[in-house]
Write a protein that binds this ligand. Structure first.
Ligand SMILES: Cc1ncc(C[n+]2csc(CCOP(=O)(O)OP(=O)(O)O)c2C)c(N)n1
Ligand SMILES: CC(=O)[C@@H](O)[C@H](O)COP(=O)(O)O
Ligand SMILES: [Mg+2]
Length: 630
């Protein structure tokens, strides 16, 4: 009877002494561990169930951590974490103080490169491989990239570069599960499907001379041990044309196929490309049947599966957006909705069903999404680009050059603005206010609740130029949302509470916390609604009868809305002391959203405490206040 157990695998070295049968036992245990563990913490499930054998094979064959593995996106790296000494820490996955859901260099020497935004792995391993070559190191560099991540331009920029870079040991493993978060889109997906079906080779046999143009030289053939697997002289795949030695497709759940193939590839130098086929959710029937639902679930009972809860009392901001989009699309046939591969997360499921010809999933291609929207706007369409704040960072030049500079009418619906919780710093939308407000022509709206979100979406949509509306991850506070498509005046703030001494200027959904603080302080509260254009008249008016200002935003303080107020006061030669509350100048780790906001002093107590610390003389005494406020 075998004594092999996952409990005894503390580093990949422990895998290297195992035979094939033992490795298969480890794979079964590892899959079960991933399922049980993720069901208790929440996290990315389907992708991790799909990479169990691939992870074991890679660590078995390659000499990690000396050899480098870069996990693209990194949401499939849990088996890797478990096999590299973090099995116990999986219990705190994505929780405050616990390990991250993504690879991080500071977390383990086995995490060769930090990932989370997709399609960076080939560039990163190429950089590493060139550095190894220059240092005379005989090291292997492996990028594991999914079929979804492979659709991004950046992956192709890297292939283009790697294919002609001399003397680099780069292995790209394409983990093809025929899924992105939602079903994959685009011509590359079709091409991969043709490779899998064998149709590519079969069709090629009939192409006659065209095939011969692609016949590799005898020397190359000798290098391609996989020639026997293909079993014939075949036309070059796209990846071969780009300078890679293409091998595959092989079954990514079959250790008997994976291990010898990787061993052979390890012996070869130069750019290698291995196409493996896996199943998202492999081994857990419910996830296999619905990999979208199990892509990134919260906690659930694995014996029962995810249970659909009854209709929740509070809508998420994403749902508010999704409904607004459908309503506005019904009212205006020029509206088109765009998502870069985030149909579910961005709230476009219903829109796709209702308006299939006006729905565009462009793949993981944020840059393209922005310029595509610009092109649509040129011809009189009204594009709404639904995009996470953090992913718009990818399309920054396109936003400036292809949209704002030409004053094109594109509405940016920025979801996940501010703290996002379990995904942490890589996904937090901290920077959009700072990077958007400096762009000429941009309108930057910061709705304070669900209804304001709808109102400002309509307002920005009707604005004939580029405009953005930012809203956070998760549910609002339960504010009823009107069904109208009314608009408000752009650049106009609204007074929410008239007080004395201190005026709290709120940009976004921290309004209830700021209001609660203001009630203790007797302060004025203004919902600023827009960072740009800023309501300068409101600021000037408030300055006449207040002695201090406080700005509150769930965004980076540096360059943020508070900075905009400061600039405006300075430009108007208004001298009022200003306290800026928002996100500090550091990356903020994963953890519960409310907990993080409270740690950052951005809940009602924290806001009051900061104001008292700074403007104590202007504040009324604390009556029966909790000790931490005194
Ligand atoms: C730049 C960027 N855009 C979008 C995402 C969101 N995202 C995370 S995983 C994923 C799908 C990736 O598909 P694939 O690479 O095939 O991996 P799989 O989920 O199938 O394992 C997407 C769109 C991201 N992480 N980075
Ligand atoms: C890995 C990745 O980028 C996505 O799966 C992301 O984690 C989704 O985040 P939401 O859960 O906020 O949609
Ligand atoms: Mg995939």
């Amino acid at each position: 009877m075998s004594t092999v157990s996952l409990d005894h695998i503390n580093t990949p070295a422990d895998l290297r002494g195992l035979d094939r049968a033992e490795l298969k036992e480890v794979a079964d245990e590892l899959r079960e561990f991933v399922l049980r563990s993720v069901s208790r913490t929440g996290g990315h499930l389907s992708s991790n169930l799909g990479t169990v054998e691939l992870t074991i094979a890679l660590h078995h064959v390659f000499n990690t951590p000396f050899d480098r593995i870069v996990w693209d996106v990194g949401h499939q790296s849990y088996p890797h974490k478990i096999l590299t000494g973090r099995r116990e820490q999986m219990a705190q996955l994505r929780q405050a103080g616990g390990i991250s859901g993504f690879p991080r260099r500071c977390e383990s020497e086995y995490d060769a490169f930090g990932t989370a935004h997709s399609s960076t792995s080939i560039s990163a391993v190429l950089g590493m491989a060139v550095a190894s070559r220059n240092a005379g190191l005989d090291r292997q560099h492996i990028a594991v990239i999914g079929d979804g991540a492979m659709t991004a331009g950046m992956a192709f920029e890297a292939l283009n570069n790697a294919g002609v870079t001399p003397d680099v040991n780069v292995l790209v493993v394409l983990n093809d599960n025929d899924m992105s978060i939602s079903p994959p889109v685009g011509a590359l997906n079709r091409y991969l499907a043709r490779l899998l079906s064998g149709g590519f080779y079969a069709a090629a046999k009939n192409v006659g001379k065209a095939v011969l143009q692609h016949v590799p030289t005898m020397l190359e053939l000798a290098r391609r041990f996989e020639g026997h697997a293909k079993g014939m002289v075949s036309p070059a795949t796209l990846f071969e044309e780009l300078g890679f030695n293409y091998v595959g497709p092989i079954d990514g759940h079959d250790l008997d196929a994976l291990i010898p193939t990787l061993e052979n590839l390890k012996a070869l130098g130069g750019p290698q490309f291995l196409h493996v086929v896996t199943k998202k959710g492999q081994g857990y029937k419910l996830a296999e049947a619905d990999p979208v639902l199990y892509h990134g679930p919260g906690k659930f009972d694995p014996d029962v599966g995810i249970q659909k809860s009854g209709s929740p009392s509070r809508q998420t901001f994403t749902q508010v957006f999704g409904r607004w989009l459908c309503d506005m699309a019904a009212a205006d046939e020029r509206l088109v909705g765009i998502t870069p591969a985030m149909r579910e997360g961005s709230g476009l499921v219903q829109f796709e069903q209702q308006f299939p010809t006006r729905y565009f999933d462009v793949g993981i291609a944020e840059q393209h999404a922005v310029t595509f929207a610009g092109g649509l706007a040129c011809e009189g369409q009204k594009p709404v680009l639904a995009i996470y704040s953090t992913f718009l960072q990818r399309g920054y030049d396109q936003l400036i050059h292809d949209v704002a500079l030409q004053n094109l009418d594109v509405t940016f619906a920025l979801d996940r603005a501010g703290i996002v919780g379990a995904d942490g710093a890589t996904h937090a939308g901290n920077f959009d206010i700072a990077f958007l407000r400096c762009i000429p022509n941009m309108v930057v709206a910061t709705p304070s609740d669900e209804n304001e979100t709808r109102l400002l979406l309509s307002t920005c949509y009707q604005h004939p130029g580029p405009a953005s509306v930012r809203y956070p991850r998760g549910a609002g506070r339960g504010v009823a949302v009107s069904e109208s498509l009314d608009t408000v005046e752009i650049g106009k703030a609204i007074m929410r509470r008239e007080g004395r001494g201190i005026a709290i200027l709120v940009f976004g959904t921290l309004l209830p916390d700021a209001t609660q603080a203001a009630e203790s302080l007797g302060a004025t509260v203004v919902d600023m609604r827009f960072v740009k254009p800023l309501d300068q008249a409101m600021l000037a008016g408030l300055a006449e009868n207040h002695t201090a200002f406080v700005t509150v935003e769930e965004a980076a303080i540096m360059g943020g809305a508070g900075s905009a107020v400061l600039e405006s006061l300075s430009a108007q030669s208004i001298q009022v002391p200003l306290l800026m509350l928002g996100l500090p100048d550091r990356f903020i780790d994963h953890g519960d959203q409310a907990f993080i906001l409270s740690e950052l002093g951005l809940d009602a107590r924290g806001i009051e405490r900061s104001i008292r610390e700074r403007f104590g003389a202007l504040c009324p005494p604390i009556a029966e206040a909790p000790a931490d406020l005194k």
